[in-house]
Design a protein around this ligand. Structure first.
Ligand code: AMP
Length: 538
């Protein structure tokens, strides 16, 4: 027997409708790319999102069309995002930090039709435009006054494009499983993979983000999403904040300590979220200028492991609660958050920090388990490490235009992380199965560096592993086995790599060893190498 409740599809446009009706006066504050601070309300934002939707419809955009954005966190980005999704088109957020070949691959693979681009990124797009046949319009997120001279074909200033359309428009209505967003991850081997979010997954994930032990946003919060919208939905904040009626402060292009501090202070921000590298920049700025954070209540730090010093300094010296979070693009991205449970409230401070430094526990709607190589479940004893598998309604079931099955027969997705889970449910990452390195929140492909390095004269074999780094979390170390009789040097190898890989992928050091350990199937044993180079310092 079916229940007798309304069939109310979970569509993301209902979030902005809700905010515009029930938190109409609540502000979104943006540090604009042009410079000045800009303010609008949720009511204004919805009106402009409807105009975007109407203008897109006028361009012939409909259900399933991919519309790309290469933009910072701004009010314009949010209205474009809701405008695209609200007609059943797919908002494809592009990460401008990827290098040219990756961007070309991604845009062409997605077959994006229109690209909305911030002023900052116009030069990046200009360099690619000749090789992007699917894009027939470039909309530059500015007004006519600030419109740059550009070689982009069919380019128009966003405000002029929008001016031709009013808000007399109704959102489209469709199935809640309709695709809403697309975000490619390069945190896998091979070409970047497209993670295709649905309206249902986004709405549910927005609610996951608002659970009290996750972001726990309320209408009283002023939230600064520093984590970009192109990093997996700004960790749900572009959905969770309007759903809660929290004020959003959008940082635009300013991620440095000074810019972040200015917004935290001037806008009395109470909650924020970013990768460790950003917090490091802020802490340095605070210390150099002898500043405090009187308004900031809590921050979520994730995307890479939160260092102990960072957590302790923010908590002890600045009175800011730190919530460590783990997740991934394929998980929308929230996987775990590390708020303490009632049972830990009376622990000594050091033990509390030990617990909070673990990657955290799963909120409702994320299931998590660890298994051994044979796929058997491992105990939750806080000691046994295994493959970390996840399941839930906001977790990928496949990649866009890829046939490969990415779930096991029971529907679990292997995260590629190696972890243990303790009896309280806290998960701790102990290693990584996937062959990538995370530097400043962005991925470096170790395999690509290895494949390039073996082309250098005198190199027999190459392996790259990530070494902990105080600023960037991890940096690549290149390990080389020389060919017999060769005396190829660090300088020779780095000179060879120069220009063949992205400059920020350049290994920080090269080490020479006699033999690289291999698995039975001939693959490099990265875990053994990581053990061998445990404690390595650049
Ligand atoms: P991405 O898809 O780019 O968000 O990357 C997801 C991956 O980043 C995870 O599978 C982890 O390997 C890593 N990661 C994310 N958050 C953390 C964290 N708090 N601690 C350690 N690694 C993390």
């Amino acid at each position: 027997m079916l229940g007798l409740m309304q069939d109310y599809p979970l569509l993301v446009q209902t979030i902005i409708d809700h905010a515009a009706l029930n938190h109409a006066e609540r502000e979104m504050v943006t540090r604009s790319i042009e410079g000045p601070i800009r303010r609008c309300t949720y009511r204004d934002l919805r009106t402009r999102a409807l105009r975007v939707a109407k203008a897109l419809r006028h361009e012939g955009v409909g259900i399933g069309d991919r519309i790309a954005t290469m933009a910072w966190n701004t009010d314009r980005h949010v209205e474009v995002w809701y405008g695209i999704m609200g007609i059943g088109a797919i908002c494809h957020t592009l990460n401008p930090r990827l290098f040219a070949e990756q961007l070309l691959y991604i845009i062409n693979h997605a077959e994006d039709r229109i690209l909305f681009v911030d002023l900052t990124f116009v030069p990046i797009v200009e360099a690619l435009a000749g090789k992007l046949p699917s894009i027939n319009k470039y909309i530059i997120l500015t007004d006519d006054t600030h419109m740059p001279d550009t070689t982009l074909p069919n380019a128009i200033a966003y405000e002029s494009w929008l001016a031709a359309h009013d808000a007399d428009f109704a959102w489209a209505s469709f199935d809640e499983n309709t695709a809403a967003g697309l975000c490619y991850t390069s945190g896998t081997t091979g070409d970047p993979k497209g993670v295709l979010y649905s309206h249902r997954s986004n709405v549910l994930h927005g609610l996951v983000g608002n659970q009290p032990d996750v972001f726990g946003l309320t209408s009283k919060h002023v939230v600064l999403p520093i984590v970009p919208m192109f990093h997996a939905n700004a960790w749900a904040l572009a959905f969770s904040a309007p759903a809660a009626g929290a004020c959003m402060v959008m940082p635009g292009a300013g991620m440095d300590g000074k810019s972040v501090y200015e917004l935290l202070d001037a806008e009395k921000v109470s909650a924020s979220a970013a990768v460790p590298t950003v917090w490091l920049g802020l802490l340095q700025y605070l210390e150099e200028n002898n500043l405090k954070l009187p308004y900031l209540d809590k921050v979520v730090i994730g995307g890479a492991a939160c260092p102990r010093m960072m957590m302790e300094t923010l908590e002890k010296d600045y009175g800011v609660e730190v919530i460590h979070a783990w997740g991934m693009t394929e998980m929308s991205p929230i996987g775990t958050t590390g708020k303490l449970k009632y049972s830990s409230e009376n622990l000594p401070y050091e033990e509390k920090i030990d617990l909070k430094l673990k990657q955290g526990r799963a909120p409702y709607l994320v299931e998590m388990k660890i298994t051994n190589d044979e796929g058997d479940d491992l105990p939750r004893d806080g000691k046994t490490s295994g493959h970390l598998l996840v399941r839930g309604p906001s977790i990928s079931s496949a990649y866009f235009k890829h046939d490969a099955n990415i779930l096991d027969e029971d529907g679990w997705f292997d995260t590629g992380d190696i972890a243990n889970i303790d009896a309280l449910g806290y998960m701790q990452i102990t290693d990584r199965d996937k062959d990538v390195i995370k530097s400043g929140g962005e991925w470096i492909s170790s395999i690509e560096i290895e494949n390039t390095a073996v082309g250098c004269d005198g190199v027999a074999e190459a392996a790259v592993i990530g070494i902990p780094h105080p600023k960037w979390t991890e940096r690549p170390l290149l390990i080389i086995v020389r060919k017999p009789g060769s005396d190829v040097s660090t300088e020779d190898i780095l000179a060879y790599l120069d220009g063949k890989i992205a400059s920020w992928w350049m290994p920080d050091a090269v080490e020479f060893i006699d033999e690289i350990p291999h698995t039975a199937t001939g693959k490099i044993q990265k875990m053994a190498l990581r053990e061998q180079f445990g404690g390595y310092k650049f």
